[in-house]
Design a protein. Structure first.
Lengths: 377, 377
């Protein structure tokens, strides 16, 4: 068996090149984790997800506890067997989805009571039950149960919310069943307030997790404030533990956050955009529903090796989307995941060569060039 | 270049083992052609379709002439390039869909005028324009433009309809541009009337096509009457040309029709059923939406080699369907196409060994056994 560990292989400024070792395989960082909410990365076979270079996927505790239920997933062999993803899986704690999706929520010191958005049934999530559910799901990386502090929030509100999350972090850690190669991450809260983020990091370091997530960002504060918050938060985190920025983000968010020392990311953007005709490319975003693609013989992205780009014209992809054909969603989702993985691989290589700043500069130029092309210039 | 040809490799009773040679590859018969209506076999990549053993796909002239348009498909390289299917493609003539999907139809000797079901635009299809559209689509096998006689119909109506189709068959043949390795099939009409079917076959044989389709079946007459019609129609057809039963069918239809000397089939059933949770298996049909599958660790079909059966439990497939996950449609469609291809491969092998009657008998037993299992006995 393998102990859960993080190895810092090199740095380039604040950016880090690392390796997470787990019971289900290693993860080269910085890494982007495709989201498989209901134990499926939507519109993709797991073999296809793996073929893009994805090393770890995320699944949602909230969705899976409601359907098909944690006990059922456990009976069916745990998430790795259930969804045919033998590699590492990270599950969130359910807290974020309870607040964004569930109805009639009641939050107390004990936890959160809520009604399922599917059938209205009443459920409770606590640090203890969230941790237990994630064990039943067989998550490689379990997240501590927290409250995702809304934005905007005043300092008093941010402080109260963060301190509740820190008390819950202690209870989550106590409930965590330590298994070889499995880990649990604490989540730093404190909104955009430096002293609250510092207090949160101190509390979590006192508990000592296998990794540290930065929560409460990408909730409407904007990229500038997010980067500013990272600027004062990541230096507080232990050097030899992985750092995970939750729910982020756009390609430019990933580049900026890697420059600021973040190791791990997840976001529904590439998969969700793939289902709404938006493709991420080396020349910016492209909306394939647009009529200008109808007669375009060129591939979506000439430098991309995914099936959408290797085997089809923009004209065909446009046709599929106009006809609401499932293959359109399948191909664009695959492309977007491929693009995100290529972007992360590019950043890993750049960090190894000490050229991340130049990489980020070229990224900005290329993305802007795409915008000009899209205008027909 | 290769001439379009049909080789009769062997027989087993009325059943035939053959090989169609085309500009885009050979087709071992009896063969089932998955339907790719809008230039995509719904919810599948073409590489996956090919991996099931599928040798030829069908595309719909009606859908493609409306969207994206035949000229556009031609500009984008023809169907083979457009949809990334280098193998043979058969296109129907559009006649059937005009009558079943379009609005405000007007049928004359000249052809059919109709309104698009998509945007209401007025279009005309004639034997000449249908044939020309199929050439622009780059169909390996072009179908003659006909009227699919409705059922039930009196003999006078069936006769008038069939004779119109025969006049249209002559015009379709005249409009067909002969290219090496490409072929055109005439369509036998005449409903369930032996003398009308005989008259139709004589008319078509006089024109001389590369193959002969049997149309106007699977339109509500039931399996018994369909088989009876085949019993008196297939013996009339030339031995050394392929025979295609249009729009058929259920697995038991395929077995019965192969026993009666049919070589080629197409049907939306496996793909459409895959999108409504119905799976075809060696033990009959299975509805995976049914709650009895929720905790079932077994594969859908233990003898099947498709990804749905190799990598997942029935419990997981049930979960995907309950959550309306796209992967559920993808996997069940793949399975159904795999099942149909395996069934055809089994029949081809049985004909080679002279054991098709035994194969058909075992098929009936296995399918019935599945029904018993489904009842929980």
């Amino acid at each position: 068996m393998t102990a859960f560990s993080f190895e810092l292989l090199g740095t380039d400024g604040a950016a880090r090149r690392g390796r997470v070792t787990t019971a289900h395989g290693t993860i080269e960082t910085p890494v982007f984790m495709p989201v498989g909410t209901a134990a499926t990365v939507k519109a993709m076979q797991p073999e296809s997800v793996a073929s893009t270079g994805a090393q770890i996927v995320l699944a949602n505790t909230y969705h899976l506890m409601l359907r098909p239920g944690a006990d059922r997933v456990e009976r069916l062999g745990g998430l790795h067997t259930f969804m045919n993803w033998p590699g590492p899986i990270l599950t969130d704690s359910g807290g974020f989805q309870v607040m964004s999706l569930a109805k009639l929520r009641k939050l107390t010191e004990h936890g959160v009571t809520f009604q399922s958005h599917i059938d209205g049934a009443k459920h409770t999530l606590t640090p203890e039950s969230s941790t237990e559910i994630q064990r039943k799901l067989d998550a490689t990386i379990t997240m501590a149960f927290d409250e995702c502090t809304p934005f905007p929030v005043d300092k008093k509100g941010a402080s109260n919310s963060m301190r509740l999350s820190m008390r819950w972090a202690t209870r989550s850690r106590d409930a965590f069943v330590d298994r070889e190669g499995y880990g649990q991450f604490g989540i730093v809260q404190g909104s955009v307030f430096p002293d609250l983020r510092e207090e949160s990091v101190k509390a979590l370091r006192g508990i000592d997790f296998e990794g540290y997530a930065i929560g409460g960002l990408a909730v409407g504060e904007g990229q500038e404030l997010m980067f500013k918050t990272l600027d004062f938060t990541t230096p507080l985190l232990p050097v030899h533990k992985p750092r995970y920025l939750m729910g982020v983000g756009k390609p430019s968010d990933l580049v900026g956050a890697v420059l600021r020392g973040v190791d791990m990311f997840d976001c529904v953007l590439p998969t969700r955009s793939g289902r709404t005709a938006q493709a991420f490319t080396r020349r910016g975003t492209v909306n394939l529903r647009n009529a200008r693609h109808a007669d375009d013989l060129r591939p979506l992205d000439e430098e991309c090796g995914c099936p959408a780009c290797k085997s089809y014209s923009r004209g065909y992809l446009h046709h599929l989307i106009r006809c609401d054909e499932i293959l359109g969603l399948m191909l664009l989702t695959w492309h977007n995941i491929q693009y995100y993985q290529d972007l992360m691989a590019g950043m890993r290589a750049a960090i190894e060569h000490g050229t991340l700043a130049a990489f980020a500069h070229q990224f900005d130029i290329d993305q802007a060039r795409g915008d000009i092309e899209a205008l027909g210039c």
